[in-house]
Design a protein around this ligand. Structure first.
Ligand code: HEC
Ligand code: HEC
Length: 258
């Protein structure tokens, strides 16, 4: 499947092979927005590559954490993404539930800050189409165009997530065991294998999980398991093998991951 993210990646890679951004017709047609990319005026700068999921060959690759919240901007610079419009839309419509800058304080409403833009766009498309059924979000996503979705997702990707905490002392070590090592004799894979050891995920396929409200994470695992959320065969298969206690444990551990 050609996802927008793979197209973006292709655009970034294509652009980086050229001497300047300006010489790529698509980028220049995409207009002044491209000028927002750091290094757009430079000739040999590496930053656009640092934003892709491919390992960045440049010498600057050693400090990803400092730049992570901004990493989306260059990746989306090749298409017309308007982060300011995304912020305006988010603040007017979404912040009431998902919190300022995506840092929801309400356990049932997921935190969205620092989530990968491609994942957010996918979820919004699937709420809109009903592939991920949710009456609340279907309503809000239906009011968004593809462009709005990209704008809002780009904005959220640049917002720094606040850290959370695990709260269940009794379960947290079970949660850690599942997250880091899975449960071998029941073919339950380590969550870390896809979502990365610190829960930051891997753009664009594997969403960020760290710091998410345990109640939300738990509800999604139950929804995958019970066939209510059907937009990821991988996650349905994994969740099908987890019992309630294991779900509570791993969700609690994830809340404290950072
Ligand atoms: C009335 C409250 C409310 C509003 C307003 C709202 N949301 Fe949501 N949103 C929710 C709830 C509740 C969920 C969890 C749905 C579920 O359980 O599947 C959710 C889920 C999501 C998710 C999925 C997150 C994930 O980690 O998979 C995204 C993305 C999202 N909302 C984006 C938005 C955007 C963008 C807007 C504004 C256009 C918005 N929401 C407005 C309540 C709201
Ligand atoms: C083989 C790769 C893989 C493994 C292993 C994996 N996941 Fe996932 N997970 C995914 C993918 C892909 C998605 C995105 C689904 C989508 O696009 O809606 C996802 C989504 C999720 C979500 C939904 C996030 C949200 O914001 O709504 C949760 C929660 C989750 N995974 C928890 C786990 C846990 C807990 C484990 C370990 C028991 C685990 N995952 C193991 C691939 C994986």
């Amino acid at each position: 499947m050609k996802t927008p993210a793979s197209l973006l990646l292709a655009a970034v890679l294509a652009a980086s092979a050229l001497p300047t951004w300006a010489q790529q017709p698509a980028a220049s047609a995409a207009a002044p927005a491209a000028a927002a990319a750091p290094g757009a005026s430079g000739l040999t700068v590496a930053p656009p590559q640092a934003s892709s999921s491919a390992p960045a060959p440049g010498p600057g690759a050693a400090t990803p954490s400092a730049t992570a919240p901004n990493a989306v901007a260059p990746a989306t610079a090749g298409v017309k993404v308007d982060v300011a419009a995304g912020e305006a839309k988010y603040t007017a419509v979404c912040a009431a539930c998902h919190g300022a800058a995506g840092n929801s304080g309400t356990p049932a409403n997921p935190r969205l800050s620092q989530q990968h833009d491609a994942y957010i766009v996918k979820q919004l498309q699937e709420f809109k189409s009903g592939k991920r059924p949710n009456p609340i979000m279907q309503g809000f996503a239906s009011q968004l165009s593809e462009q709005d979705m990209k704008n809002v997702a780009a904005y959220l990707g640049t917002q720094k997530a606040k850290t959370g905490f695990a709260t269940d002392k009794e379960l947290v070590s079970l949660g850690e065991k599942i997250y880091r090592g899975g449960i071998q004799n029941r073919q339950i894979p380590a969550c870390a294998g896809c979502h990365s050891p610190n829960g930051a995920g891997v753009p664009a396929q594997y969403p960020r999980l760290s710091g998410q409200h345990a109640a939300y994470t738990g509800s999604q695992l139950v929804a995958f398991r019970d066939g209510i959320r059907k937009n990821s065969p991988q996650m349905s298969q994994i969740a099908a093998k987890l019992n309630d206690r294991e779900i509570r444990a791993v969700a609690d551990y994830i809340a404290g991951l950072r």
